[in-house]
Every structure is written in structure tokens, then in C-alpha cells.
Ligand binder design. Sequence first.
Ligand SMILES: Cc1cc2nc3c(=O)[nH]c(=O)nc-3n(C[C@H](O)[C@H](O)[C@H](O)COP(=O)(O)OP(=O)(O)OC[C@H]3O[C@@H](n4cnc5c(N)ncnc54)[C@H](O)[C@@H]3O)c2cc1C
Length: 468
Amino acid sequence: MLYRHNTKATHDFSAPPETLFAAIQSQNLTPTDKHAIGTFLSLKPFWGTPGEVGYQMLARINWGSADLEMTETILATDPPRTYRISQITAALTLCRHSMPLAKLSTQCKSRLMADFIIIGGGVAGTSAGAYLSQLGKVQLLEAETNLAYHASGRSAALFEESYGKPSTVALNAASRSYHVENKLLSPRGLMLAGSHDTAEAFENESIQMGLDLMSGAEAKAMVPILNTDVIDRAGYHADAWDLDTDLLIQSYVKTIRAHGGTVTTKAPVTAIEKTANGWKVTTNSETYEGAILVNAAGPWVDQIARMAGIAPIGFTALRRSMGRIPAPGGHDVSSWPMIFGAGEAWYAKPDAGALIVSPAEEDPMEPHDAFVDDMVLAEGMARYEACVTEPVTRLLASWAGFRTFSPDRTLVLGREPSDESFIWCAGQGGYGMQSSPAAGQLLADLLNGKTPAIDAGAVAALSPKRFR
Ligand SMILES: Cc1cc2nc3c(=O)[nH]c(=O)nc-3n(C[C@H](O)[C@H](O)[C@H](O)COP(=O)(O)OP(=O)(O)OC[C@H]3O[C@@H](n4cnc5c(N)ncnc54)[C@H](O)[C@@H]3O)c2cc1C
């Protein structure tokens, strides 16, 4: 079968498919045969395995008394002038045509089609991508040059299952097997250090985390720098783990790519438009189309919602700072647990032979590339110093990041009630790393119509519906 066509026709493949399709029709590019004539029905962007991009064209051929539909895929990599026939519903033979395709390889990139467009390349976006890539084609867009540039690259990297509200704890618990199977955990332990002045907070927190109580002296045997003149009570459990957060993000990205998804950095989303089939998302250099939009933009999630015409939920970005200091008094800190001052007044954690100490502040601010407030860090260091016998001699490094909370401090995972093709993956607070496998799985279950692994009460507590 041959196509009758205007051999001199040229087409702008950077144009939207509708425009291109109109051009094809106006130039009488009619699928035809000496026995049959037909009509082009549609032309859509096509995205196959990685690198396979082009257009897919649907035509109906009136063959005798039968109407036969056929689909042809024109790939950017196809030699100019050749259609690759991907599927023909009857014994139609290979065709050739002379539509100029030479420019397609570069220009068709401006219209990329995905099932899921995910905005945000932190742990929220990459974990969602890993699970959603098993349901359809994922396109993840990250504004920065590197993934995990913001909060996801600045955490304390702890897995503590009991940390957070019940729905967060449910996610933490359901995430454990992923971390274990991927060898992401190594032993750390957690100690809560209290004093007469922090008695009430100490009691609440030790019950919430299920800690075994010990005296100040027993705690000092474990962490020899504790000042027992101040720290007169402690709680401990071994079930708290260092989480390899770099490897965690890499594992998600590997899964996205293994399922044919794409991760694009240096792609700040600047505009979002609702279309008949889903969403059109514009970055500084490209336009992407997708059926479902996943908002995983960390502290910027409300901004993304506004861009998409969705009402914001009212997230708050709370800065938390961190300073790395040399091992106090030259001690080998490697086996020390992570230590929390009761009431989250400060915390300290061994880190590659040194100690990271945080003032554990929660200062609300507009989202930006967070940095340390020197005074806040100094005050936090002073609270830590008051509980230990070794002074802070110098600072090796310092950084800050945002912990982003919804109004009820619980994650927001699921479909936006006013537009079910808009998905919230937001408000990970101080638990985003450890809870990410179950959060990603939950989103995939909800979008796939499966009963989630975590209980229905937790699913409801995490749902965006509670704010609408
Ligand atoms: C000091 C500190 C200690 C912490 N400790 C722990 C811990 O021990 N354990 C734990 O589980 N969690 C911890 N957390 C919390 C955890 O780090 C966060 O919950 C998690 O990183 C949030 O991930 P995210 O992907 O939502 O956000 P982010 O990592 O901030 O990612 C959001 C991404 O979206 C991108 N983005 C935003 N707008 C756009 C746009 N328009 N276009 C494209 N991309 C965009 C951003 O560039 C960013 O990379 C800690 C956090 C901090 C700050």
C-alpha cells in the first residue's frame, strides 16, 4: 500500500500534533491504495523505550466492505522517508512515503508524552517515581543540577520507626523491609537524655518511642562525655539505624530507569496547564505532556499547586540547621547512639568519625536554598554543651534544610479531590527519608486501584481529602 501525498510537503515537527495533523490533512496526505482510500484519524506524540521518540498515526482504510484501522509509528531515529509499521490489522503490506522526517529527531523533543509527570527530584519524587514507573511511563523533573540538592541531601539520615504521628509510624514500619532488603541500614541506637528541668518532655518522649529507662551513670557508660550533673535520666533502644540516603535515592532512580522512565535535572517547572488529556508542563527548555501530575516539590508544593490552578493546602517550611564538630575529646564516637536532648532541644549523631549537632530548631520561612543562621546554631551548640563534659572547639562544616509540614504535621499522599489527575506527595516533615518506600508504594496502590498495604485509618489520615 502506498500513500498518496504531496512529495514537496514539509512539516514542522516541533508543532503540536493537532497542528501537524491539520497540515497533513490540508495537504491531502490520504492513505490510499488502488483498491481503497481512507482517512487519517489522529496523530499523537509517541514515546517508546528510552530514546524511541516520534509520532504515532492512526488511519482508517476502507477496504472493500471492511473498515480497517491501522497504526503507524514514525520514530525520530527512522531513516528519513520511511514509516515503520508497528501494527496493521489486516494483510496490508509495508508502505513507504516521502514525508520529510529529517528534522524530527531534534524537534519532536519539544512534545514528550508520559503517564506520570513528577515535579521534584528529592526523596519524595524519586520514591514516587520508582513505584509509579511500574504502572506507566514516568518523567521526573528536577529544577537543580543534582537530585537531592535540598532537604533530601541534608538530613540526619536516621531510621527510627516510632518517630512521628501514628500514620507516619505506619509508613515507617511498612518501609523497613525495603531498607533491609536493599542493605540501607546499619546499627546506630537512640538515646534520650533528660534532666530535672525536662522531666515532662522526657517522660512523654520515652513512652512514645518505647525506650528502656536507664540512670545518668548507665547512659555515661555508653556515651562517656555526658555530664551527669545535668543528665540524670536517660532512655535507650537499639532499634534505630543509620540510613544510607545516597544509596536510597540511587535505588529509586535505578528502578525508574529500569522501567523506561526518565529523570531530567536542570528542569525548573515554570508553567503548568490543564489539557484535555491531562497536563502540559513547561520547563525552561521543554514542554512535557502527561496524564497524571505528581506534586513532590518539597517546600514548594503549594507554589506548584497554584501554578496548576489547584488550591494550596498551607504547607510550612521549617528550617533546621546542622553543624559538624570534631569527635569530642578525641573519643572514638563510631559506636555511640544518636542522642536527643529531651524536648528536642538539640541532637547529636556520630558521622564519619565526627559528630553532627543540631539545634533542632523549627523556624518557619519562605522556601529557598536554606542556610544556617549562625546565632541559632551557636545557641543550639550551647544547649548541647551544657549536657556534656567536652567543649565544642571548632566547627568543621554547617548546613541547613527545610522540614516541610502540612497544617496537621502529617504527610499528604493521594489524589486532589478537586482534580483526581493531580497527586499530592508532600509534607514529609522530618521523616521523608525513612518513610519514602511505603509512601511511594501507597501512591502506586491508590492510583492502581489496589487496597493499600497500610491500614485504612492511616490512608485516610494521609489523604488530601482531610483539607478539602
Ligand atoms: C536537618 C534535617 C534533618 C533531617 N533528618 C531526617 C532523618 O533523620 N530521617 C528522615 O527520614 N528524614 C529526615 N529529614 C527530613 C527529610 O530530609 C525530608 O522529609 C525529605 O528530604 C523531604 O523530601 P522532598 O523530596 O519532599 O523535598 P526536597 O528534598 O526538598 O525535594 C524537593 C525538590 O523539588 C524540587 N523543585 C521544587 N520546585 C520545583 C520546580 N518548580 N521545578 C522542578 N523541581 C522543583 C526542588 O529543587 C527539590 O529538589 C531531615 C530534614 C532536615 C532538614
